[in-house]
Design a protein around this ligand. Sequence first.
Ligand code: PGA
Length: 256
Amino acid sequence: MRRNLVIGNWKMNLDYVEAIHLVQQLGILHRSLGPDHTDVVVAPPFVDLRSVTSVIEADRLAIQVAAQHAHHRESGAYTGEVSVGMLKRLGVKYVIVGHSERRQGFAMTDDVVSATVDSVLASGMTPVVCCGESMEVREEGRAEEFVSAQIVSALGGVKPKHKGSVVIAYEPIWAIGSGQAADPDVVRAMLDVIRGATPGEIRDDTQILYGGSVTSENARELMVASNADGFLVGGASLRADEFVGIIAAVEDCYRK
Ligand code: PGA
């Protein structure tokens, strides 16, 4: 049985002082909720990682940390980049790979996404592989073909031993930050396509999340009707009460 998973992607928000404050608040609310079936992860900016992991260790919080991006090479002349080895050393457990904001704004190609997935897996961390189509692609009727090609490319190097070590997030670009989540039926259909495109060896054990304007208001309906294993949350993860509201809704929907 797959566990539920909720990841908060803080994007380029919160300096390290603000990040400490948020993870402390989140820790208190999370501890009182005490979810049994839902894993919780936060993805702060690089410069906050050490502070956030320190709070988690000191307060013994059952929260894991993700990085928002990594470079696929181990080291070298890549100004401004961070390697998976550096992240692992900081106690990071997950790395978001190929978020649409990286693909679009920083020219991250399918090949680089795939190389990064391989590098994250080789380090023993879990890649959170993002996929999703633009509105233009959807209107052309190519959404399923487009997303499944992204998955086939990203997971080309995955081996049977990586069972349970890959997470996929379906995030239609048109739903991200729009305030309007995708229709649960649209999500459900795409999650089936994504599971079908996932290599057979890891298919049943891969958690597939939805992301795009998830809130504590719509989380329950999206969970029930879309068959997702949880969410990748952007804006709504920046407030502890709102994020914990999403975690509570996800926990309630665990399919026992
Ligand atoms: P959003 O972002 O929840 O603010 O729409 C989701 C994401 O980009 O991961």
